[in-house]
Design a protein around this ligand. Structure first.
Ligand SMILES: O=P(O)(O)OC[C@H]1O[C@H](OP(=O)(O)OP(=O)(O)O)[C@H](O)[C@@H]1O
Length: 168
């Protein structure tokens, strides 16, 4: 996975950005991601929840491996309004320092659910923290957050990664 990852220097950009596309491009890595991420936490989730947009790629892979369903967590303002009733949570500042809201269709998560949050990357842990709050507000249990790269200090919530920031 390390060989398939690159830091890129976009034109006019002040900072390097991560190019994770090599992970999805490699059939062996793509095939292994779901089981590897599902294996970070013992126990059987009933549902995987992932934030837009890269989470929509990773989350279903993990759900398949875990025998769970998948629920999208949308970013407010990123698309046309969703017709069904939504439950939203505020993120005061994401890793870019900008506020945002994440929301799920309320009827898709209930008190019987054990939820695994999945994403490609945890930087500050803000999205994981906010999604945990949202899921608990619906009465469900949060198993933890599984990510490919975890840059958060060990003290930040229950986030587990396949790699940490130093690996890249
Ligand atoms: O731990 P945090 O500080 O909350 O940061 C983690 C988030 O940052 C990235 O999202 P990004 O905004 O780059 O969106 P993307 O999925 O569209 O790449 C990544 O996909 C996580 O969702």
């Amino acid at each position: 996975m390390i060989a398939a990852f690159r830091w890129t220097d976009p034109p006019g950009g002040a900072v390097l950005v991560s190019d994770r596309s090599g992970w999805w491009r490699d059939p062996r890595i793509l095939d292994g991601l779901g089981p590897a991420l599902a294996g970070l936490f013992p126990g059987s989730p009933t549902v995987v929840v992932s934030p837009e947009v890269t989470g929509f790629l990773i989350g279903p892979l993990v759900a398949r491996a875990a025998g769970a369903g998948f629920v999208e967590a949308y970013r407010q303002g990123a698309r046309r309004p969703i017709a069904e009733p939504m439950t939203w949570v505020e993120i005061p500042a994401d890793h870019r320092g900008e506020p945002q809201h994440l929301g799920v269709r309320t009827h898709l998560i209930g008190t019987h659910d054990r939820v695994l949050i999945v994403d490609d990357w945890a930087s500050t842990g803000a999205q994981s923290r906010a999604l945990s709050t949202l899921i608990r507000s619906l009465g469900a249990t949060v198993i933890g957050t599984a990510v490919i790269v975890n840059e958060c200090p060990p003290s930040v919530d229950d986030i587990r990664g396949l790699l940490d920031g130093a690996d890249l």
